[in-house]
Design a binder for this molecule. Structure first.
Ligand code: NAD
Length: 291
């Protein structure tokens, strides 16, 4: 049986640690960390994500404010809101929920966020810092994956990590982090994507396999080497024969669990850690401006 990497338990640990840090910061400086979230449009999934992020903040003592704009909001209005928060010293973290309505240029909005308040880690300055190994903000999902590896003491140095998926928010930063000479790094990294003719040829050579694609069943037992560590970032809603549906990852969990040495479930794996690392980044932002 593989080790099942319990994202819910780890996320609870992270929240406890963050709550202690929030209390210590308040005690030492009187500062209450603040996260402001902007939701543009009526996408139901985005509304749930934002609400959950607000609730997570409440649990650890972070003050959160959610501002909602209609789908008709202009890019100028969105950027004006971001700029207002950039200038507000009580706001330590700014999160603009993506995706934005089609008429708004996401990159322009992300670039408007003060990099020191960019707790999602999507600003080009933070992406650049990540690339060259400077302290910025690591995007929450890659950060969550690194924490899973660290907290389960999974050796990465000298290992071959294969990342499937090259998005700016998951695959690319994760590949860069794993390649760096640092704890939870020093891997030889292969990055697979839609241009990779036969991903199994690469994934079968992975000591650590991370799938961040969004295609259920992409990773089967035949894609995985005996004893590999498998981290499933994918979240897919799949229809069941009885007409109901459930969440599942990219990995065919039951059959891959037969060969993996450790594996993350979906749900209950990377998802809760992503949420927890947003809290960590927000407290870090507040700590950095209180020294
Ligand atoms: P994305 O759509 O931006 O990127 C997907 C990547 O997968 C692309 O780079 C593409 O090249 C690659 N890809 C697509 N089909 C492929 C195939 N058949 N073979 C190889 N590569 C292929 O998605 P994203 O934002 O990176 O998210 C990826 C998945 O992770 C989604 O299911 C998303 O819901 C999930 N996700 C989960 C969390 C979490 O907290 N667990 C966070 C972010 C994203």
């Amino acid at each position: 049986m593989p080790t099942i990497i319990d994202g819910n338990a780890l996320a609870a640990q992270v929240r406890e640690e963050v709550a202690l840090d929030v209390a210590a910061l308040m005690h030492a400086t009187g500062v209450v960390p603040g996260l402001n979230l902007l939701l543009v449009g009526e996408d139901p999934a985005s509304a749930v994500y934002v609400r959950n992020k607000g609730k997570d903040c409440e649990k650890v003592g972070i003050r959160s404010t959610i501002v909602r704009m209609t789908a008709e909001a202009t890019q100028e209005q969105v950027i004006a809101q971001v700029m207002e928060w950039n200038a507000d010293p009580a706001v330590h973290g700014i999160l603009v929920q993506l995706p934005l309505p089609k008429h708004i240029d996401e990159h322009a909005v992300i670039r408007a966020i003060d990099p020191d308040k960019d707790v999602d880690g999507f600003h080009p300055i933070n992406a650049g810092k990540l690339l060259i190994g400077l302290d910025g903000f690591i995007p929450c999902t890659p950060y969550g994956v690194l924490e899973m590896l660290r907290r389960y003491t999974i050796e990465t140095s000298g290992k071959h990590a294969v990342v499937v998926g090259r998005s700016n928010i998951v695959g690319k930063p994760l590949a860069m982090l794993l390649a760096q000479k640092r704890p939870q790094g020093n891997c030889t990294v292969t990055l697979c994507h839609t241009g990779t003719p036969d991903i199994a040829e690469y994934t079968r050579r992975a000591d650590i396999l991370i799938s961040a694609v969004g295609v259920h069943g992409l990773i089967t037992r035949d894609h995985v080497k005996q004893g590999a560590v498998v981290i499933d970032v994918g979240i897919n809603r799949i229809e069941l024969p009885d007409g109901t549906s459930r969440l599942a990852g990219d990995v065919l969990y039951d059959e891959v669990a037969e060969v993996a040495s450790a594996i993350t479930p979906v749900p209950g794996g990377v998802g809760p850690m992503t949420r927890a690392m947003l809290l960590r980044n927000t407290v870090t932002a507040a700590q950095r401006c209180s020294v």
